[in-house]
Design a protein around this ligand. Structure first.
Ligand SMILES: Cc1cc2nc3c(=O)[nH]c(=O)nc-3n(C[C@H](O)[C@H](O)[C@H](O)COP(=O)(O)OP(=O)(O)OC[C@H]3O[C@@H](n4cnc5c(N)ncnc54)[C@H](O)[C@@H]3O)c2cc1C
Ligand code: FES
Ligand code: FES
Length: 1401
């Protein structure tokens, strides 16, 4: 009976609590993440993307096999795992590892102690990925590790969280925290931490929070085991029941190990199956909707047939990870989980190979292939199985591989043309598949299967995949060769390949010629823009039996070019073809005589250089130098961050973690896809999702006294909704309201908008079109930067001139891990409370009040913490907060909006893209005499804060003495999303433009770029000329010494020499090195602060600044303890722990201002200091009195006495920087070394060294984190992040699939940072300097190094092939990802090389 397959009850454990849910009570489309976050008290797993692409939602899932009494556990993305697939499973979230009440887990404590969080939004997911890796290593049969360590090894530690994204930290400290568990770690190598201090004799594991082998957590509670064993069938009928026991913390006594691995097949064989069946026997009437889990093929077909007769939509699932790739466009009535069909889970070893059930996960398949590789039964498994396993380990992420099935992947490739890696490599290995087509079972080759029409699950099931053993034929004296390749933006996975391939063949020696000959070839290629992976049969035929020589390889490659034809519309078609060519060349060249093979023959012995063949597998290393001062203790101490354990344990409350108030509804924007049009009509498709719409709120719902306003700045306002005309693709048109956020998201997708463009001009989508139409924003004269000197005179002095050279810089999306969100709650008397994830609550309050038409005092905006902002949650947070408030106002109930990642990326806006043309004059020795810049900045549709961008660009550009500097800057108004300030706005682009000019001059003069840089460094006099209002005292100009120091500590000269040698010896790999200086102007702003002391001595502090991960609260906490401690000559112990920094509330503390521009921590500290001084003044007389009575006065005594004497124990101030401290310069320098692979364009940052002047750092650990994090964000901008739009300006890089921020495998292999203490300065807050933004700029060193490496490549191929084009003249725009690198190195270099060899022969 089909109804037998209906799941009527689900029982599972969450952090040791028992949950039981009736089958129909929770919608079958509910994900585990949604269930946890909305139906349980746990908020640890976060929603970062909903696509499996970020890791914020990672949890540990454990399954139990009652037959073997074994528990198997793995990490999984809870955003993709469907809730009902977890019957009789146990789930652990980070709260289950440790929490405030039960104590924190070693992972959480080490994350905290190694300063490995900033905004903390990624941290729970990081903890769970690390935990999962530790548990799985500890459960392995490896030898026991030394006491206090795990069985994990260092190289695995870095991969433990390779799928987890962090936008703040730059990963290095997380790597250190994770490595600290590794059995082979050298503790001395670990970074700055609170467990041991610099100068401590020995780093000792005993000083680290103790770790129990196995993780110390019971991942599968006893009660669930008992329940599974006893297969109870009389479960009660309650909808969701939680065990009545008090909180159960799943911590184990330290000597108990959870262990063992069981396959799902084993589980099926076990009593688990019977217990599930028992549940199904319950006498419950069938329902159309729900979760079905057939136990046989027969039952599956019965179910499908019964479904076909009814009118309902069905989704067949195994791991459901495909929902991360192809998002569900609508809801379904029925889900059929086929994982329980036994034939889909069989693993059968056969003589000729191995058959793997289609429902087997990719992780399990890797294990099986590795086992087979090691087993005696498959002597040749090592060639094929090992490579397959290695390649599969780069597919997706660990937490996706753990639930994604092998079969699901192949079906995606077959049905949806998914660019699968697995289909390609299995095709190359000559695999076959077994299909169930109704009553018939068919075995066909994978190749045939891929060529068939899309599989129809109502008739066909993929049962298994058979991978043959391939053996060398000793009789025929042939050896087996097998290789797989992929080119993807990230080396360790979490990025789909541009192209992949797998090559198999037998090779034998031809005695007469001495050459090798290939036979039995399988040359499979995929993902290059093909419908499915295919075999290049013509190339196979061509090569079979041929002697492998340069000309036969060339012939094969020429044929391949005709075969690999990406379908129309595929991005980077030329790139993909040339990489496919490169792969074939890599495979064939070692087999042919006399070719420069893509290995690295050159070995560098210099101690300062990285010397390895496999740079991707290099372990990360780092060095950090910081100096703490104890003059203002605890200021200057590298203290751990305030509230960091709360972040790690998932207890830190972000907006979406606030328990939804009663009757709370949820909203999602609908937006325009047209750039300029009248909206004629808005309709919704007839669908299940549309049925969830409660209402749609739009401009017509704005109260009569209110205005259509969604954002504003000091320059202008912008509308909340496009009404009646939309002015850019991505503009809000309304908000769909539904009962849950997921329903609202899904319903918003059903919208159909009719546009009309009659009588409208064409939209302006480029800066060139803006120039044509004179469409500009005004830049007020006071903000327009100042020119320096006389450009014509400077040009007249020049020996050489470069005229109107273009540099293009694209945009960058913020990619905060927490998307824009707000919760609005209507309150009495027409007031509104809005919890907003905002960097600027004060202005959010203004905008909301204007929109609702109420006095500002009627709106209270509260912000506790923000899950990453980077500028994107300043002005761009207002539309969400305002829309939520408007909806709440209209509906008279709480409304929450948590933008879906795709919507956020499309609507929110981004960094300013720009085009620059420079004309520069210079002397033959490299001294530049004049520079003129024509700059076109795309400001998007509204002013936002764009008029400040020109001054940012020019301020950064002025880091060199250009002699004379003139410019013409146009801030273009276009029909694109509004561009807003993003970390180091303008400075980031200005610095790159400056470096591009310097490098261009150096290349024209054939001089070392560093010499040209130094030649053009400012003297103190010219510094004053270029920065008249911020140059400061001569003694504070530290750039020269920083630069010299960096050049010497990083062994720049030696390394530059080694690189020359490396490049000479390596044809297919090139390296480059570059060093860039930094001058960054910081302008602290006024800020309020209030410090209050409660009667028990607790201290609460309110500041205007928002904690966005930059450590503001920590610095404020330190400042409070320091300042109030001034009442005692030696300071006061224990004050720090008494300080609590409060959330920002716009009605409690007014004039809070914006958190941005790097200086808010300083300003907030300055305000705190001033408020504390007031308190100290008030407390001093009390202190003096008490001291007369006793020589020692405690804080408690003092406060108790002061309170009895009615001293006002709350002090409020508004700190305003004085003339001397309202602007200063920050200095730093960075050197980066990169390596590029000329065949794929892949980039590896081998090493980056930074020296940064932090003045007297308020907290060196916090500042170091800011410097590292912003550098890596800069690397994203300069190298990896491609922000693309379609021809209507609609953002198409709108997901984790298309937009690749740096991940742990793309950061520098060696990353050294020195935070300099440059001493006393009266004009700054306790002599400190800002650290939040400037280091973004230093990442341009990676871009410059890349240019050097490409230059070397172009030189190599120009030399050897006699190319006429000058290898040195080329532009490297921003970003410069691997596709660009390859293009600049030459798409045809392999052919050119082979042709040159053929000619020589
Ligand atoms: C973040 C992320 C990154 C990824 N990166 C990569 C990558 O780098 N390379 C790569 O190759 N893949 C990648 N993938 C794809 C991933 O491998 C597939 O999503 C996964 O293997 C699908 O398996 P599943 O069990 O989750 O399938 P499901 O999502 O459950 O099902 C997928 C489809 O197949 C059907 N189906 C499943 N099994 C059968 C069967 N036995 N018979 C008939 N129909 C069936 C389902 O009905 C559904 O239509 C990535 C996925 C994600 C989410
Ligand atoms: S939210 Fe699940 S992986 Fe991003
Ligand atoms: S700390 Fe990792 S995303 Fe903010």
């Amino acid at each position: 009976m089909a109804s037998d397959a209906l799941l009527k009850r689900l029982v599972f454990a969450l952090n040791g609590r028992r949950y039981e849910v009736a089958g129909g009570d929770v919608d079958a489309s509910t994900t585990l993440l949604e269930f946890i976050r909305t139906r349980t008290p746990f908020r640890g797993p976060k929603l970062g993307c909903g696509e499996g692409g970020c890791g914020a939602c990672v949890v540990l899932i454990a399954k139990y096999n009652p037959m073997t009494d074994e528990v198997t556990q793995f990490s999984a993305s809870s955003c993709l795992t469907l809730f009902y697939s977890l019957n009789f499973c146990s789930v652990i979230t980070t709260e289950g590892l440790g929490n405030t009440r039960d104590g924190f887990h070693a992972i959480q404590k080490r994350i905290s102690g190694f300063h490995a969080t900033q905004c903390g939004f990624c941290t729970p997911g990081m903890c769970m990925s690390i935990f999962s890796s530790l548990v799985s290593a500890d459960n392995s049969k490896r030898p026991e590790p030394p006491n206090g360590f795990s069985k994990l090894i260092v190289s695995e530690a870095e991969k433990a969280f390779s799928g987890n994204l962090c936008r703040c930290t730059g990963y290095r400290p997380i790597v250190d925290a994770c490595k600290s568990f590794a059995s082979d770690v050298d503790l001395e190598d670990l970074g700055l931490n609170i467990f041991w201090k610099k100068g401590d004799k020995k780093s000792d594991v005993g000083k680290l929070p103790s770790y129990t082998l196995g993780g110390g957590i019971c991942t599968f509670p006893e009660f669930l085991k008992t329940e599974i064993k006893s297969s109870r069938d009389n479960l009660d009928d309650a909808n969701i029941t939680v065990s009545k026991d008090s909180w159960y913390h799943p911590r184990l006594p330290s000597n108990i190990l959870c262990g063992g691995i069981c396959t799902f097949l084993d589980c099926l064989k076990s009593g688990l199956k019977s217990s599930r069946d028992h549940l199904n026997d319950a006498n419950i009437t069938d329902s159309k909707q729900g979760w079905y889990h057939p136990r046989s093929i027969k039952q599956y077909y019965e179910l499908v047939n019964s479904t076909l007769s009814g009118e309902c939509s069905v989704k067949v699932v195994v791991g459901n990870t495909s929902a991360g790739v192809y998002k569900d466009q609508d809801l379904y009535n029925k889900y059929i989980d086929i994982e329980g069909i036994p034939e889909l889970s069989y693993i059968i070893r056969k003589d000729g190979g191995i058959e793997i059930g289609a429902a087997t996960t990719i992780s399990r398949s890797i294990e099986i292939l590795e086992q087979e590789n090691n087993s005696k039964s498959s002597p040749n498994g090592s060639v094929v199985f090992k490579k397959l396993a290695e390649h599969m380990s780069k597919v997706a992420t660990p937490f996706v591989r753990n639930t994604a099935s092998l079969g699901g992947n192949i079906i995606l490739a077959q049905k949806y043309q998914f660019p699968s890696d697995i289909a390609t490599i299995l095709l190359g290995a000559g695999s076959t598949v077994c299909l169930q087509v109704v009553a018939e079972r068919r075995h066909i080759s994978l190749e045939e299967f891929l060529e068939q029409p899309p599989l129809d699950p109502t008739t066909t099931l993929l049962l298994s995949i058979f991978i043959p053993h391939w053996i060398s034929d000793t009789q025929a004296q042939t050896s087996l060769v097998f290789q797989t390749y992929l080119a993807a933006p990230r080396p360790l996975g979490n990025a789909v390949s541009y192209v992949n391939s797998a090559f198999l063949g037998h090779v034998c020696f031809d005695e007469s010629s001495g050459d090798l000959v290939l036979s039995n070839l399988h040359l499979a290629f995929g993902a290059y823009g093909t419908e499915h992976a295919l075999r290049a049969r013509n190339v196979e035929k061509f090569l079979t039996g041929k002697l492998l020589t340069a000309s036969s390889v060339l012939g094969a490659i020429q044929l391949l070019r005709e075969t690999i034809v990406p379908t129309k519309g595929t991005s980077h078609p030329e790139y993909r073809i040339s990489v496919a060519v490169g792969f074939l060349f890599s495979f064939l060249s070692p087999l042919a005589k006399g070719m420069a093979v893509p290995g690295k023959p050159f070995s560098i012995s210099s101690a300062n250089s990285l010397d390895t063949d496999d740079i991707y597998n290099l372990t990360l290393s780092s060095r950090r130098e910081t100096t703490s001062g104890d003059e203002y203790k605890p200021i200057g101490e590298p203290m751990k961050k305030y509230g960091v354990e709360l972040q790690a344990s998932g207890e830190a409350v972000y907006v979406d973690d606030i328990p939804a108030p009663k009757n709370c509804l949820h909203g999602e924007f609908i937006y325009s896809t047209q750039p300029l049009a009248f909206v004629k009509n808005i309709k919704f498709k007839s669908s299940l999702a549309s049925e969830k719409i409660i209402t749609v709120v739009s401009a017509k719902d704005i109260p009569s006294k209110g205005r259509n306003i969604g954002s504003m700045s000091m320059f202008a306002e912008e509308p909340l909704f496009g009404d009646p005309i939309v002015e850019f693709a991505g503009q809000a048109l309304g908000v769909v309201i539904a009962e849950t956020q997921r329903y609202a998201d899904m319903a918003a997708k059903q919208v159909v908008i009719e546009y009309d463009t009659v009588d409208l001009n064409s939209p302006i989508l480029t800066v060139e079109q803006a120039v044509q139409n004179k469409s500009y924003f005004n830049v007020p004269a006071a903000l327009y930067p100042k020119q320096v000197g006389d450009f014509s005179k400077g040009m007249a002095e020049a020996d050489h001139k470069l005229l109107s050279i273009q540099v293009k810089l694209a945009s960058q999306y913020y990619f905060y891990m927490e998307t824009q969100t707000a919760l609005a709650i209507p309150d009495e008397d027409n007031t509104m409370v809005v919890y907003s994830s905002s960097q600027y609550p004060e202005l959010a309050q203004t905008v909301i009040a204007k929109c609702l038409g109420v006095p500002f005092g009627n709106v209270r905006v509260i912000t506790r913490r923000v899950g990453g902002g980077f500028g994107g949650k300043a002005y761009r947070s207002f539309p969400v907060a305002t829309a939520a408030a408007l909806c709440a106002y209209k509906l008279r109930c709480p409304v929450q909006m948590y933008l879906n990642r795709n919507t956020d990326m499309i609507m929110v806006g981004s960094r300013h893209p720009m085009k620059a043309h420079y004309s520069v004059g210079f002397k033959s020795d490299g001294k530049i005499t004049a520079l003129h810049l024509d700059l076109l900045i795309d400001g998007g549709i509204s002013e936002d804060l764009s008029p400040v961008i020109p001054s940012g660009v020019i301020s950064s550009l002025k880091k060199y003495n250009w002699g004379a500097l003139s410019f013409d800057i146009k801030l273009c108004k276009t029909n694109n999303t509004s561009k807003s300030t993003m970390r180091a706005p303008g400075d980031t682009q200005g610095s790159l433009i400056a470096e591009a000019i310097i490098e261009h001059v150096a290349s024209v003069l054939s001089l070392d770029a560093n010499r040209v840089r130094e030649k053009n460094f400012h003297t103190y006099d010219s510094l004053q000329l270029f920065y008249p209002d911020s140059a400061g005292e001569a003694s504070t100009y530290t750039l020269h010494s920083i630069f010299d120091r960096l050049v010497s500590t990083s062994s720049y000269l030696d390394r530059a020499e080694s690189i020359k040698q490396f490049n000479k010896c390596n044809k297919w790999w090139k390296r480059g090195i570059s060093c860039v200086p930094l001058i960054f102007k910081v302008e602290p702003r006024a800020a309020p602060g209030r410090v209050s002391v409660l009667n028990d001595g607790s201290i609460v502090v309110e500041v205007g600044g928002i904690e966005i991960g930059q450590g503001l609260w920590t610095k404020v906490q330190q400042m409070t303890a320091f300042a109030l401690g001034q009442l005692w000559p030696e300071g006061c112990e224990g004050l720090l722990e008494r300080v609590r920094v409060l959330q920002t509330d716009t009605l409690n503390l007014i004039q809070s201002g914006v958190t941005g521009g790097s200086s808010t921590s300083e300003s907030s500290c300055a305000a705190t200091l001033q408020a504390c001084k007031l308190l100290v003044n008030r407390l001093n007389p009390v202190m003096n009195k008490l001291q007369l009575q006793s020589s020692t006065v405690s804080w408690d005594n003092l406060i108790s006495q002061a309170s009895q004497e009615n001293v006002n124990l709350s002090a409020s101030v508004y700190w305003v920087p004085d003339q001397g401290s309202n602007s200063y310069l920050n200095y730093g320098a960075g050197i980066s070394e990169v390596e590029i692979d000329l065949l794929t364009g892949a980039i590896t940052i081998l090493r980056s060294d930074l020296v940064y002047d932090c003045g007297r750092s308020l907290n060196p650990a916090v500042d170091l984190g800011q410097i590292e994090g912003s550098f890596i964000q800069g690397v994203g901008f300069f190298i990896y992040e491609e922000h693309q739009t379609n021809s209507d300006g609609l953002v198409v890089s709108n997901s984790t699939w298309d937009y690749k921020i740096p991940s742990v495998d793309t950061i520098p292999k060696q990353f050294n940072v020195e935070v300099l203490n440059t001493g006393y300065c009266k004009d700054r807050v306790l002599s400190s300097k800002a650290s939040g933004e400037p280091a973004v700029v230093l990442a341009s060193s990676v871009h410059c190094a890349l240019r050097e490496a490409i230059r070397a490549a172009r030189k190599e191929f120009a030399d050897s092939t006699g190319s006429k084009s000058s290898p040195l003249t080329f532009q490297l725009d921003v970003p410069a990802p691997m596709t660009v690198v390859k293009e600049l190195c030459g798409f045809d270099i392999v052919e050119r090389y082979l042709e040159s060899l053929s000619t020589m022969n």
